[in-house]
Design a protein. Structure first.
Length: 317
């Protein structure tokens, strides 16, 4: 009889322990870290809150790796060579995109960004002379970078990872969450959103014509990145000059697109293609989207909307 009672007691203790843990893991905790020039906001199950310290370490280390003001990438731009396996792997991935876009995506656009004032090391935004632009273009060329194992040679180029840094960070966090067996997580890196795990999240799509939300999509275990010329620009004599550049001309892109949103299982590709789709024509966008299973939503200046079959249903707020 006593043994039966003990068995029942143990069962109920186990049951309530499991119920408590499950309930705890349904609740969430949120923390924000200021890196990459914006807040990196991370949401985790409450039962995984002890991981926030490790998360911040990953964010801080990634920022230092890609920082062209004082980090490892700054040394690469100054010295022309550096030994770093992680950076080498990232450059290889960006080179794949450069190749399929015929160089319209190029991480060596830094000399152009610098003279226009869109680089972290610029002193101010301005319109450079044609002579300055031609001189800067001579230092641009993704295929000039050579990699031997983990040794990187830039051949007088300068890199800028502004178009892929947040996506790269989210890739690292994705791997970390998987290793720690986190059931779900949400990372909002200055508007680039990564949804990890089994939980479905409602993500708002910004309305480029106002400060509001255009619509809402439901996302699970994917990344959503948005790019638009309105995000970072300066105006001179009534004309706006965007932070999105054509690396072949040295000038800001002129397009009838006002905003592009990309959804992908790869945070890195979501980040990259949200920017590069601003430069590509519709035929090339469709071709790449098919190859990489990318969902895209394009909003044009005339308020026309275009999306493909991989992009989720957009619901009103």
């Amino acid at each position: 009889m006593e043994q039966a009672v003990n068995t029942v007691v143990r069962f109920f203790l186990l049951f309530f322990s499991i119920a408590f843990i499950f309930g705890c893991c349904q609740k969430t905790q949120k923390k924000a870290f200021l890196y990459f020039g914006s807040f990196i906001e991370v949401t985790l199950p409450a039962c995984n809150s002890s991981l926030f310290e490790d998360v911040e370490k990953i964010v801080k280390q990634t920022h230092f790796l890609l920082d062209i003001s004082s980090g490892i990438s700054a040394k690469l731009n100054k010295q022309g060579k550096i030994k770093n396996l992680e950076l080498a792997e990232l450059i290889k991935k960006t080179a794949e995109v450069s190749e399929i876009t015929d160089g319209l995506y190029d991480i060596t656009v830094e000399p152009i960004l610098k003279i226009w004032g869109f680089s972290p090391v610029s002193k101010g935004k301005r319109i450079p002379s044609e002579k300055e632009i031609k001189k800067a273009l001579k230092k641009v060329g993704w295929n000039k970078i050579k990699i031997e194992d983990d040794l990187i040679f830039t051949d007088n180029c300068e890199v800028n990872f502004g178009s892929c840094g947040k996506g790269f960070l989210e890739e690292k966090l994705k791997k970390f969450f998987a290793e720690k067996k986190v059931s779900f997580a949400l990372v909002d890196a200055g508007g680039d959103v990564f949804c990890f795990g089994r939980k479905k999240w409602k993500i708002g799509i910004r309305d480029p014509f106002s400060k509001g939300i255009f619509g809402v999509i439901e996302v699970q275990d994917k990344s959503v990145a948005t790019s638009g010329g309105y995000e970072n620009y300066f105006e001179f004599k009534g004309k706006k000059y965007s932070h999105i550049f054509n690396p072949k001309t040295g000038y800001p892109v002129e397009t009838d697109k006002i905003q592009v949103t990309v959804i992908s299982q790869s945070p890195l590709f979501a980040d990259i293609f949200a920017t590069v789709f601003m430069l590509l024509d519709e035929e090339k966008i469709d071709e790449i989207s098919q190859e990489f299973n990318l969902g895209y939503l394009i909003i044009y200046k005339n308020r026309k909307i275009q999306k493909n079959k991989f992009f989720p249903e957009i619901k009103p707020i």
